[in-house]
Design a protein around this ligand. Sequence first.
Ligand code: NDP
Length: 335
Amino acid sequence: QKALITGVTSYIGAHIAQKLLQQGWSVRGTVRNQAKARWLHDTFKAGSRFETVEAVDIQKKDSFAEAVKGVDVVFHVASPFFFDIKDPYEDLIHPAINGTTALLAAVHENAPSVKRVVVTSSYAANMKPHPENPNYVYTEEEWNDDAFEQVKKEGKNVPGIIAYIASKNEAERAAWRFVEQNKPKFELAVINPVYVFGPAIHHVAKAEELNTSVALVYAFLNGSKPSLAPKGPHTNYVDVRDVAEAHIKAATLPEAAGQRFILSGGPFSDNLIAAAIKKAYPQFADRLPKEGWNEKEVAKTEIDNSKSRKVLGIDYISLDKSIADTVESIKQFVQ
Ligand code: NDP
């Protein structure tokens, strides 16, 4: 069995590749940076079972025309994930939407061998605000169209995080629309992860290059976070190894076709992350924020994760383990 992963050099893409290789698959990955690609070749040591091909402009279907040929399944992971933007459309929304439709069109037109495409969306595409009900529990039925409306209203002044949320919701909408309109031979499945923590195995040359979700944990160790805040809405975690496993199950289980799956191991908060770091790495205790500790804080569950457990069989890694393993993989950056 052979898989294509777009954005294989990403935090999540590298884990999907590693797990597929461990399970005996051959893996082709698209990359835009050769140093990051070389790092993965050196990490995996999988010989001819792992290859990388260049796809610099993910918004053009020609970039994927050769890459998709002869593979059985495709994972579309590549999409910009950062909040420091100049233009919401150029930086985030266009690459997310056009990247998704370009990839799907390339598969549709060039790759009859592909049985399933799994798109990495995000819980951002589910978390429609419900201010009227603080106890609202989210499921896969939910869509978050509000963020894009805000982008349309505020243009370049929109906060980067809102533009990112819109980019994920609109890209996932575009994927389902593509399938509905083109009736391709392949089936679609979508993964909607919450904040992803766990070990970074992809190429990271310096702390500033850490991907957005792991950087959130790093902020507890580098002194940039003055105090711990109480749990806010939509702070839920999932471990990157569970995310990789869920992608593979979504690509291979017949009952996953045509479905979207929220992945959440449960809620997290500043207090719970700090407590997990203190427990696993007492030597870092004095680096943690000094203010705002509340050992008694109970984080509220906001998400029903039963679909991913039932259909994909995910048995979620705990927050404590996920945070401890995140720190293990980035502790070389702590000065
Ligand atoms: P990364 O920043 O590590 O991954 C982003 C990937 O997309 C990288 O491979 C990057 O390439 C590629 N990419 C981004 N923009 C472009 C572009 N314009 N052209 C070509 N390639 C591009 O973060 P993650 O691994 O966390 O993100 C992977 C996916 O998971 C994304 O779709 C993200 O939205 C989604 N996701 C992540 C969550 C998280 O908490 N981490 C939660 C929910 C969803 P390069 O490697 O060259 O930089």
